[in-house]
Design a protein around this ligand. Structure first.
Ligand code: HEM
Ligand code: CA
Length: 657
């Protein structure tokens, strides 16, 4: 089912189809040449011009499939960018480990599942008493705003069924099992990410033609998880018949107090789990189709839906002359800004720590058009997946007194995935929301990384096999050709690891360091995901120095390369900015749920009731700052903005469509 939610939409498929054809062309040409030359000559032949030939051939035959008139940084369906060139086993597309006999620095690479079991899986997790589970869930939520790497399907490419084969055949790269779970299962299925024809000629012809992966979301923090990334989905999500600037809500169910839920998907019956009693509850739809993956994630989406409609209602009241389109766009602009504020002001400093925040992000100095705001491959595929080590194996559900809810008890995580019925039929989003603000995040330490709930019991319905998230992340890194841990350390100005002592120092636990070197045999073979994850955390952070650097750099470009960043000149008035800054996730919860008491900063864990305050003590935005005086120009309901503002709004709309 996870695969189901990560499949490409038609536009993405179109682009990746072209890329598949190109990759295939290269493979066929290479095979032909191989029949005539030995490997050494082959390499020479390739460097001498076969690539140029392949590219020329591809350009003349297939380029029409995907040329884009205006390639735009950060737009949906563009390539994840490379901060370091890709490293594939065959130079252009085969992942490291594709040929298991191949030696790297004199040693075979350990299979992903072995690394997961030996280093990353943990049967228990400590609690992180500083932060609530909401910090973890915001990480997942915002990752879905900025990145979605679509995967191939069995019907792509060679037509091999990746659910059935345990061989490496494009697009399948199965995870081999060293612990045969059942005689019938010797591997976990793995679909390679779809590829994009990203051509970077500045880096030389060989690198220019390497396999690249797509980001199907807008990289900007722009609430695309609320509004969608294309016009068709956006129109579906809007309440267009209502002519009120609002988002559409669920037509079948409401919460116990009459508050709305997200609409269901249209393709029925949907793949989500069902409560066997009573009516079906389908998967929800939102701007991002992973919305039903977990209950906290669904609850956050639901809060934003309600917040949009709340603000739209207020703006309509304040500016009676505004058209529904105007109300919708202005509300969307506000919601986008609020996502940016929560992420950069409240979330990022807690993740990378105050020092790294200062070093890598620093104060805002305005929009910089030379900055590429695209998501980096290493960020999506390794660094920001640090969050998987903070997933709690238990989903806590709490009652009005922030105690275990007798009617709706805590649940093992695997019983909550893709189960929106637990929201609709088990008390709404409140028990889940109280659980995420009232329970501790899971702590990360080198010897306790990913909970076995996600390495042994990750739900994948369509295969009836349980997946391993740690192994998936690692295999995905190899699928994407990510360079190793040491190369990324060097990229970030950190010392390369040469010896066991170096590694012990970086990890802060010599037993774990030894286990890693025993498995990998050579420090240059360590994959970036486990390497970055085991590093000793920086003070006041939830990441080690490598991931702090990679996440910090990504956040900085997302901010500085965004022309519509909330602080950028001309986006909001000074008065509006002051109001936006009053917003907090506490207020989002207060305004859109039945919860009446919250901690002022819900990312921080506090005891109930001593660290909680009543909702009326939480500052709130005054939307009167958006009141537009009716001047001579706009009395006739045609001029809402001056010329510059209109031009900006237009650009804003174009950017998000
Ligand atoms: C219950 C919680 C979560 C579950 C079940 C989950 C599950 C998954 C799965 C199945 C994938 C795709 C793996 C692959 O095939 O490559 C994924 C990708 C990812 N996850 Fe999570 N995740 C969770 C929480 C988080 C958190 C807390 C974060 C960050 C703080 C996070 C960040 C990411 C990122 C950045 C990706 C890559 C997205 C892409 O580019 O497609 N996830 N997650
Ligand atoms: Ca986005």
């Amino acid at each position: 089912m996870l695969k189901f939610f990560r499949q490409a939409d038609p536009e993405t498929k179109h682009i990746s189809k072209a890329a598949e054809v190109f990759q295939k062309t290269l493979r066929v040409l290479k095979k032909k040449v191989k029949q005539r030359y030995n490997q050494e000559k082959l390499d020479v032949a390739f460097s001498k011009g076969l690539y140029s030939f392949a590219w020329h051939y591809f350009w003349t035959h297939f380029m029409f499939l995907f040329v884009r008139q205006n390639p735009r940084w950060g737009a949906a369906n563009t390539a994840l960018v490379r901060w370091l060139p890709a490293e594939y086993e065959d130079g252009e597309s085969e992942p490291k480990g594709w040929n298991p006999e191949r030696l790297h620095n004199g040693f075979q690479l350990p299979p992903a599942r072995t690394v997961s079991r030996e280093i990353m899986t943990s049967a228990s997790k400590w609690k992180d008493d500083s932060y609530s589970q909401l910090l973890v869930d915001w990480g997942q939520y915002i990752s879905h705003d900025i990145t979605l790497t679509p995967q191939s399907t069995s019907t792509d490419g060679s037509g091999v069924d990746c659910l059935k084969t345990c061989e490496n055949v494009h697009p399948c790269f199965p995870i081999q099992l060293d612990d045969k779970r059942s005689p019938a299962q010797s591997c976990m299925p793995f679909f390679r990410s779809t590829s994009d024809c990203f051509v970077n000629f500045q880096s030389g012809i060989r690198q220019a033609l390497q396999r690249q992966q797509l980001n199907a979301m807008t990289s900007f923090i722009d609430a695309s998880a609320v509004y969608g990334r294309d016009l068709k989905l956006e129109s579906f999500l809007r309440d267009l018949p209502g002519r009120n600037g609002k988002l559409a809500v669920n037509a079948r169910f409401k919460d116990p107090k009459g508050r709305p839920y997200l609409p269901f998907v249209t393709k029925l019956p949907s793949a989500c789990h069902q409560d066997l009693q009573g009516e079906r509850v389908e998967c929800f739809s939102a701007g991002d189709n992973r919305v039903s993956e977990g209950l906290p994630l669904t609850s956050l989406h639901t809060l934003w839906l309600r917040e949009h409609n709340r603000i739209a209602e207020a703006l309509k009241h304040i500016n009676g002359h505004w058209s529904p389109e105007m109300i919708y766009q202005e509300t969307r602009k506000i919601i986008g800004a609020l996502h940016q504020i929560i992420t950069l002001r409240d979330y990022a400093p807690k993740i990378i720590g105050p020092e790294s925040f200062k070093d890598y992000i620093g104060p805002y100095r305005g929009y910089d058009p030379s900055v590429d705001p695209s998501i980096a491959n290493v960020f999506a595929t390794a660094a920001f997946r640090f969050g998987h080590a903070t997933i709690s194996p238990i989903l806590y559900r709490l009652n009005e007194s922030f105690q275990e809810d007798e009617r709706f008890p805590h649940l093992r995580l695997h019983n909550t995935l893709f189960s929106p019925w637990r929201i609709v039929k088990e008390g709404g989003i409140e028990p889940v929301l109280r659980g995420v603000i009232g329970s501790a995040a899971s702590a990360v330490s080198a010897d306790m990384l990913l909970a076995d709930e996600v390495t042994e019991r990750l739900v994948v319905l369509d295969t009836l096999k349980q997946m391993d998230l740690a192994a998936l992340n690692l295999q995905r890194g190899r699928d994407h050709g990510l360079p190793g841990y040491n190369d990324w350390r060097e990229f970030c100005g950190l010392q390369r690891i040469k010896t066991l002592d170096d590694l012990s120092l970086a990890v802060g636990d010599c037993r774990v360091a030894k286990r890693i070197l025993d498995i990998y045999k050579h420090p240059d073979n360590i994959d970036v995901y486990p390497g970055g994850l085991v590093e000793r955390l920086l003070p006041g952070s939830r990441t080690g120095p490598l991931f702090a650097c990679l996440i910090g750099r990504q956040m900085k470009v997302l901010r500085d390369g965004d022309r519509f960043w909330w602080e950028a000149d001309g986006v909001f008035t000074q008065q509006q900015k002051e109001e936006l800054l009053k917003f907090s996730l506490s207020h989002l919860i207060c305004d859109n749920s039945d919860i009446g008491e919250v901690p002022p900063d819900p990312f921080r864990l506090g005891n109930y009731p001593s660290h909680y305050v009543s909702c009326d003590q939480i500052p709130s935005m005054n939307l009167v700052a958006w009141k537009e005086e009716m001047g001579e120009d706009n009395k006739n309901n045609t001029m809402f903005f001056d010329a510059t503002e209109r031009e900006m709004l237009h650009e804003f709309i174009i950017k998000f469509k």
